[in-house]
Design a protein around this ligand. Structure first.
Ligand code: GTP
Ligand code: MG
Ligand code: ZN
Length: 220
């Protein structure tokens, strides 16, 4: 085994151990935790803003969001939710369990039913780092092209739900929905594919119902 491979394996082993602690902590409090993974600009923050707004009266919400250096996403979401924590990862293109553990110290866990983790915009390495979540949600948008599931098979295979956002742009961009669907079904035949537009509001109800269902199962 090369030295490089050994270092990567050690990093992942340490991460898995911290993720196990996180999962114990979150499950002990029966908090349903969603790790949202998608490319830069697919609409993760926009979707969470709307979600926070629409679920605020119904359940207690918290968010942590990873970004290299800015606090812009946290600023956007804190309009809708009092418990928002920005994590700056510096040069790292994904969140790790130790980031989440540190950020949890800033959250009043007794006041949370549902915790969102917006990962750093990236479809590749966020998938490999367990954050102690209940579910990973993979997010795409029609503007990125219909080949993205095939080119990013790991997020598709591991996701409990897949989102296709920006369907309002379908009249303006080349996007073969049948290719997108076929590639997803080849890699993952159980996750629902939720087509939506954060901008128009289309499809948001199905997303909210999926979240409600996840929380209900966690509490059962
Ligand atoms: N047309 C259209 N634009 C959208 C939709 N959802 C989000 N956008 C726009 O897409 C852009 C990126 O949205 P963000 O929410 O910042 O995307 P993000 O995935 O959080 O991006 P990063 O955090 O940088 O990875 C913004 O200009 C949004 O207004 C949608 O459903 N339709
Ligand atoms: Mg964002
Ligand atoms: Zn990375």
């Amino acid at each position: 085994m090369t030295r490089e491979v050994m270092v990567v394996e050690n990093v992942l082993r340490v991460n898995d151990e911290l993720a196990r602690l996180l999962r114990e902590k979150l499950t002990g409090r029966r908090i349903f935790t969603v790790n949202l993974i998608g490319a830069p600009g697919c609409g993760k923050t926009a979707l969470l803003e709307k979600t926070l707004e629409m679920l605020a009266g119904e359940m207690k919400l918290a968010v942590m969001v990873g970004d290299l250096t800015t606090a812009r996403d946290a600023q956007r979401m804190s309009q809708w939710c009092p418990q928002v924590v920005q994590i700056n990862t510096g040069k790292s293109c994904h969140l790790e369990a130790n980031h989440v553990l540190q950020a949890l110290e800033k959250i009043d866990l007794g006041n949370v039913d549902l915790l969102f983790i917006e990962n750093v915009g990236n479809l590749i390495c966020p998938v490999g780092f367990d954050l102690g979540q209940d579910v990973k949600v993979g997010m795409f948008s029609v503007a990125e092209g219909d080949d993205k599931p095939a080119k990013h098979p790991y997020i598709v295979a591991e996701a409990s739900a897949l989102i296709l956002n920006k369907v309002d742009l379908l009249p303006y961009v080349p996007f073969r929905k049948e290719v997108f669907d076929q590639d997803i079904r080849r890699l993952n035949n159980h996750a629902p594919v939720l087509e939506l537009s954060v901008t128009s509001g289309a499809g948001l109800d199905a997303w909210l119902d999926w979240l409600r269902d996840g929380l209900r199962k966690k509490r059962a």
